[in-house]
Design a protein around this ligand. Structure first.
Ligand code: LLP
Length: 437
C-alpha cells in the first residue's frame, strides 16, 4: 500500500501536500514516502517469515543516502554493483559485511576496495572474474568470499532490456557449465565458496517464471551445498509492481486484492510457491528486491510549462524530461500521470506529455487523457521511486532534480537540486586554471 492519495482534490504524500513541496523545493522534484519504503520492506519480510532469509536491497534502484540509511536501520543487507554503491552504503551507515557485490564487470580496484571493506560476498559472473578476484585477494593475503551467478535459461516474460536469465543475456554462468566453474573455483587458493546466486529479470508480473527458476536451480544449490559447503542461495530480485492505475485507489503492487490462481505475482503466491522449494535446502535464502521496495514509494513532480496545440495533437510541455526519468524512453515504461491538484469541473482532453529535451523520444505519455489544465499546473509521474533519479543524466546540460523524503507531515531535502556550477564541476579548459565564466 503506498502513501500517495488525494485529499480534497490535492495530491498528498503521507500527510504532506505535494503542491507545497513543489513550492518549497521547486520542480522537477522527486518525492519519496518513508512510510511506503518501510511498509514494502517489512511486508516482504513478513511474507517470508517462515524462511531463514535476508533481504539485500538492490541499491541500484534508488541509492539516495537517506533511503539506504532507512533500510540499514531496518536491518537490511544491500546488493551492490559498483565501488560507488559500496561507498554510498557505508556513508549511509550500512555495513559492508551486509553487502553482496554483483555485476559482470568489477574492476580490480573495486574488488580490492570491497575486500578491504570486508563485504559479505562477491557474486561472480564469469570464470575470468573468479581468477581476478583470486588474484586481488592473493596480493592482499586474504580469502575472498564468493558465490557464482548461475544463468538458469528461464524466460522471465518481461521487457527484453530487463530480462537477464536467458542464455543469450550477458549475465551469469550457463547452467550447464556452472558445476565445472565451481570445481575450478574450489582450486583457487584465495577463494572461499560461500553461496549460489541467480536473478532472472526485473519487473516480473507472474509467479511462474520465479517458480520455474527455483525448481530448476534448487537441486543444483543442494549439490553445491554438499560438495563445497556453501551456505546461501540468493534468488535475486525482480518482483514487479503495478504501474497502471496506481491512483486513486492506492493499490500499488501485485499482491493486493488479487485472486489467486491467475498466475499474477502476489507476495502471498511468491511465498507460497517458493518457500516449500527453498526451505528443505536448509540454506540461508537471500533476496535482492529493488523496485518492489522503492518503485511505488516515489513520484516525480513536474510543472506544465506550455501547452502547444498542433493540427494532430496537443502537447503539454513539462519541466521534467527523459534526463530526469528515462524509463518511458528506454523501456516504453508506463508511469501514470496525475494532476497534483484535481481541478474541479474541468473537462478531460487528450494530450502528449513531453519534456524539454531535444529528442523525439522525450515524452512521458502519448494521447493520454488528462484534465484540462493551465500552464503552471503541476503533474505527478507516479511509481518513479525506483530507477528514476538513479538513471538521471545531465543531457542538454540540465541540472539533476532535487529529492525529498516525506515522513508524515515533515519533508526533508535529501538531495539538493544541482546548481549550474555543479554542472561543470571537474571540467577544465586547457591552459586555464579553472573553467570560469
Ligand atoms: N539483483 C540483480 C542481480 C539485478 O541485476 C537487479 C536488477 C536486481 C537484483 C533488482 O531487481 P528489481 O527487484 O529491482 O527488479 N532500469 C530498469 C531495471 C533494471 C534492473 C537491473 N537489475 C528499469 O527501470 O526497469
Amino acid at each position: 500500500m503506498h502513501s500517495f492519495h488525494y485529499q480534497d482534490g490535492r495530491l498528498f504524500c503521507e500527510e504532506t501536500a505535494m503542491d507545497e513541496l513543489a513550492a518549497r523545493f521547486g520542480t522537477p522534484l522527486y518525492v519519496y514516502s518513508r512510510r511506503t519504503l518501510l511498509d514494502h520492506y517489512r511486508r516482504l519480510g513478513a511474507a517470508l517469515a517462515g524462511l531463514d532469509h535476508k533481504i539485500c536491497y538492490a541499491v541500484k534502484a534508488n541509492s539516495n543516502l537517506a533511503v539506504l540509511n532507512l533500510l540499514a536501520r531496518e536491518g537490511a543487507g544491500f546488493d551492490i554493483v559498483s565501488g560507488g554503491e559500496l561507498f554510498r552504503v557505508q556513508r549511509a551507515g550500512g555495513e559492508a559485511g551486509a553487502c553482496t557485490f554483483a555485476g559482470v564487470g568489477k574492476t580490480a580496484e573495486e574488488i580490492g576496495a570491497a575486500l578491504d571493506a570486508g563485504i559479505y560476498c562477491f557474486n561472480a559472473e564469469s570464470e575470468a572474474e573468479l581468477e581476478a578476484i583470486d588474484a586481488v585477494a592473493r596480493a592482499r593475503g586474504v580469502m575472498a568470499p564468493v558465490a557464482l551467478r548461475v544463468n538458469p535459461n528461464v524466460d522471465a516474460e518481461t521487457h527484453k532490456y530487463i530480462s537477464t536469465g536467458k542464455s543469450e543475456n550477458k549475465f551469469g554462468i550457463d547452467f550447464d557449465r556452472i558445476e565445472a566453474a565451481y570445481e575450478r573455483a574450489s582450486k583457487l587458493a584465495n577463494l572461499e565458496l560461500r553461496g549460489l546466486q541467480m536473478h532472472i529479470g526485473s519487473q516480473l508480473t507472474k509467479v511462474g517464471p520465479f517458480e520455474e527458476a527455483v525448481r530448476k536451480v534448487a537441486p543444483l544449490a543442494a549439490r553445491l551445498r554438499d560438495a563445497y559447503g556453501i551456505g546461501f542461495f540468493s534468488i535475486g530480485g525482480g518482483i514487479g509492481i503495478i504501474y497502471q492505475e496506481a491512483l486513486p485507489s492506492g493499490r500499488d503492487d501485485w499482491w493486493e486484492g488479487r485472486p489467486e490462481g491467475d498466475g499474477l505475482l502476489t507476495l502471498e503466491a511468491y511465498a507460497k510457491r517458493l518457500v516449500p522449494l527453498l526451505k528443505p535446502l536448509g540454506m540461508k535464502i537471500l533476496l535482492e528486491p529493488g523496485r518492489m521496495i522503492a518503485g511505488n514509494a516515489g513520484a516525480l513532480v513536474t510543472r506544465v510549462l506550455y501547452t502547444k496545440k498542433g493540427t494532430a495533437k496537443t502537447f503539454r510541455i513539462v519541466d521534467a524530461g527523459m534526463g530526469d526519468l528515462i524509463r518511458p524512453a528506454l523501456y516504453q515504461g508506463h508511469h501514470e500521470i496525475v494532476p497534483v491538484r484535481e481541478p474541479a469541473g474541468r473537462g478531460r482532453v487528450k494530450a502528449d506529455v513531453v519534456g524539454p529535451i531535444c529528442e523525439t523520444g522525450d515524452f512521458f505519455a502519448q494521447d493520454v487523457e488528462l484534465p484540462e489544465m493551465e500552464d503552471g499546473d503541476l503533474l505527478a509521474l507516479m511509481s518513479a521511486g525506483a530507477y528514476g533519479f538513479v538513471m538521471a543524466s545531465n543531457y542538454n546540460s540540465r541540472p539533476l532534480p532535487a529529492e525529498v523524503l516525506v515522513d508524515g507531515d515533515r519533508a526533508d531535502l535529501v538531495r539538493a537540486r544541482q546548481s549550474l556550477e555543479d554542472l561543470i564541476a571537474g571540467e577544465r579548459i586547457p591552459g586555464e586554471a579553472d573553467a570560469k565564466a
